[in-house]
Design a protein around this ligand. Structure first.
Ligand SMILES: *Cc1c(COP(=O)(O)O)cnc(C)c1O
Length: 457
């Protein structure tokens, strides 16, 4: 029996008090990171720990490998979550109607676009800013591409009184000014990367004074700033275990809201860039399956232009192009792979969360890859039915949800589909303009490029 209601709220007093840590519930223990000295010798775990301690708060490092199934959310973090959480869970009734679905096929979505920055990213930015403040850190440095992560961290820093310094890829800084303006309005300092402020930036500029930058260069600059100043830490918005952990607030709320809806999903869907919003909705359902309360399939959706899970290799690789980070065991297209310029910038990462990668490797999570134009068509169909303009990243989850519903319609089976709508697309109107004008193209893996060492300098 499903409820007749459309919107399933929760009282703010019912925000989960702990994040769900999947690590103790995995079939196999997660593989540790690896790092190497410039002369090629492998670093010990203690040495890796020292490097991490110069970049991240101790709390986040502990969470990276914690054996505890539940980790308490600090009260100050819950207080901020309460300003926009619980995020709504809705049944997409008009979309179901427009698709002509029979009553046995139902689509629900969890909407993370209600956060201050318009995506799920503040869920971890707020926690990270809080832990840094607790440890006496006065500044956090980070990189950003189009600015989704940078804007989430900027508001989080403003809330806890920590300065935020953002290295924004120069081409985005110049071509996509609106998220930069948002970050500056939140009080952050934003630099077009490469800059003259770091060795890494100066080195690039000495070779190519007109460099338009890359995420790899911006990471190098942000990490260097943090490594050189004891009062400054570095922050990452996806991929790492502690980031996935913070996002599990999404799935825990969704489980409670689906109970209010009197429905149980048969498939749980999220788009995947580095893996954090997918982990956020899927990990709590993984646990629910272990408890025997769910049979849901867990489905991660990636772009065909950057098919990490469906075409990548499962091996150790660097987290960044420039080689500043330790190596992680994950699906990867190679740390020097640069995908074609699709509009879902947040899904253009060469690797994926080691936790999500392990679940795919163990057969617990399915993955599929979809085309850009089909995603925008699904996003437009969704917008016309539900009113929300989705982020280009989120449109991947929408397309997969529609495909799952249509498949059930054809076979005549009942199916309940739940997907995570990770953010709104109000800063992505240029992409919609191109779509509306029929100017978008599809790209596949082969249209990406692999940079050789000399080429990317
Ligand atoms: C950053 C971003 C993503 C991709 O990152 P994940 O870590 O894979 O979640 C997806 N959707 C939106 C709206 C984003 O801002």
């Amino acid at each position: 029996m499903s409820s007749e209601k459309t919107r399933f709220g929760l009282d703010e007093t019912r925000i989960p008090e702990a994040w769900y840590n999947i690590i103790p519930d995995l079939k196999n223990p997660p593989a540790p990171p690896k790092a190497f000295a410039p002369d090629g010798t492998e670093l010990t775990m203690d040495q890796i720990g020292e490097v991490l301690a110069s970049l991240f708060p101790m709390e986040c490092i502990k969470q990276e490998m914690s054996p505890e199934r539940y980790i308490d959310i600090p009260g100050a973090v819950i207080d901020v979550y309460k300003t926009y959480r619980p995020s709504p869970l809705l049944r997409a009734k008009q979309l179901e109607k427009n698709l002509g679905l029979p009553g046995g096929v139902r689509i629900y979505y969890k909407y993370e676009g209600v956060s201050p920055a318009g995506s799920h990213k503040p869920n971890t930015a707020i926690a990270q800013a809080y832990y840094n403040k607790q440890e006496g850190i006065t500044k956090i440095s980070t990189e950003t591409g189009a600015g989704q992560w940078g804007s989430a961290l900027s508001i989080a820093g403003a809330l806890f009184g920590v300065d935020v310094e953002v290295f924004m890829v120069k081409v985005s800084y110049e071509q996509k000014p609106y998220r930069r303006i948002l970050m500056e309005t939140y009080g952050a300092t934003v630099h077009p990367s490469p800059t003259n402020l770091t060795d890494a930036g100066r080195h690039v500029l000495s070779i190519d004074p007109d460099s338009t930058g890359s995420l790899g260069i911006a990471i190098s600059e942000a990490v260097e700033v943090a490594a050189k100043d004891p009062g400054t830490h570095y922050s990452l918005g996806s991929v790492l275990n502690h980031v996935c952990l913070h996002q599990t607030i999404i799935g825990q709320e969704a489980i409670a809201q689906m109970e209010l809806a009197d429905d149980e999903p048969d498939v749980v869907i999220g788009c995947i860039g580095g893996g954090s919003n997918f982990a956020g909705i899927a990990f709590p359902y993984y646990q629910r399956k272990l408890e025997g309360k769910s049979n849901a399939r867990l489905l991660a959706v990636e772009p065909k232009a950057c098919p990490t899970l469906t075409a990548g290799e499962y091996r150790y690789d660097l987290g960044d192009e420039a080689g500043m980070t330790p190596q992680l065991l994950m699906y990867t297209l190679g740390h020097d792979f640069v995908p074609a310029g699709i509009h879902a910038g947040g899904l253009r990462y060469h690797g994926d969360s080691p936790l999500v990668s392990q679940l795919v490797h163990e057969g617990e999570v399915e993955a599929t890859a979809v085309d850009q134009t089909a995603c925008f068509a699904a996003a437009a169909q969704f917008a016309r039915a539900e009113g929300i303009l989705p982020a280009p990243e989120s449109s991947h989850a929408i397309l997969a949800a529609i495909n799952e519903a249509k498949a059930a319609q054809q076979t005549g089976e009942d199916k309940v589909v739940l997907f995570n709508l990770s953010g709104h697309g109000h800063f992505d109107l240029a992409a919609y303009e191109a779509y509306n004008a029929g100017e978008l193209e599809d790209y596949d893996f082969a249209q990406g490029v692999t940079l050789c060492e000399a080429g990317h300098e």
